[in-house]
Design a protein around this ligand. Structure first.
Ligand code: ADP
Ligand code: MG
Ligand code: MG
Length: 208
């Protein structure tokens, strides 16, 4: 059930996996960026988790909105405003619902990806987080038409991980990595890697 506890589990797992993977995310960013992606997200998620623990939001939408506002404010770099937009946009679509319908979560994911694409002027194939997030939103919608929310989130997480892997041979067209031109080829995009971790945390939150 997609209630407040589900979204709290998501935030817990997301924070833990971002902290654990921070060195790897920073290594990926060292190859094609400025070696701060892991540290940026670690700072943002730990401080967002502490804030919502101090002042617990009452609904799933309020929780995601609070985390999004926090990420925008505390994460330096491109990924802060982009992930902030993802979470605030999802929070807005969830509205005041106490329990989120699976279809509503699908609409929230689709709207969040659209807002990142708009803000970043980015599309699939540009070697960014969009390469993990767009396939995740699409896979969720397709799998939900055939099964339940757990199956849909499982499909979304797989699609995000595959999308992140598939950024390795791409030439970066947005963000710092784009300054490298051809030299960006052969490395996984750090934001796509962190997006795959976050969508996987959403799937894992289905298991209490
Ligand atoms: P910065 O590049 O400012 O140091 P981070 O290292 O935290 O910020 O985040 C870099 C990630 O942000 C990239 O790997 C990419 O996935 C994502 N990103 C950067 N620019 C864009 C953009 N215009 N559209 C979508 N995603 C972007
Ligand atoms: Mg960086
Ligand atoms: Mg930076």
């Amino acid at each position: 059930m997609l209630d407040l506890d589900f979204f709290r589990r998501f935030l817990d797992r997301a924070t833990r996996v971002i902290v654990a993977a921070a060195p790897r995310l920073t290594d990926l960013d060292a190859a094609i960026g400025d070696a701060d992606h892991g540290a940026n997200l670690k700072r943002g998620f730990t401080s967002a988790a502490a804030t919502v623990a101090d002042e617990p939001p009452a609904t799933p939408g309020a929780l995601l909105t609070a985390v999004g506002v926090h990420l925008t404010n505390t994460v330096g770099g491109a990924s802060g405003p982009l992930y902030g937009t993802v979470l605030r946009r999802m929070g807005k679509v969830l509205g005041e619902d106490e329990v989120v319908e699976p279809e509503t979560l699908g609409r929230a994911l689709a709207a969040a990806v659209a807002s990142v694409r708009r803000l970043g002027d980015s599309a699939p194939g540009d070697k960014t987080m969009v390469d993990a997030l767009q396939p995740a939103a699409d896979a969720y919608a397709a799998a939900l038409a055939e099964g339940d929310v757990t199956a849909a989130l499982d499909a979304a997480a797989r699609a995000a991980r595959e999308g992140a892997e598939a950024t390795v041979p791409l030439l970066a067209r947005r963000g710092r990595a784009s300054y490298l031109g051809e030299r960006s080829i052969g490395h996984q995009d750090p934001g796509a890697a962190s997006s795959a971790l976050l969508v996987t945390a959403l799937y894992e939150a289905t298991d209490p």
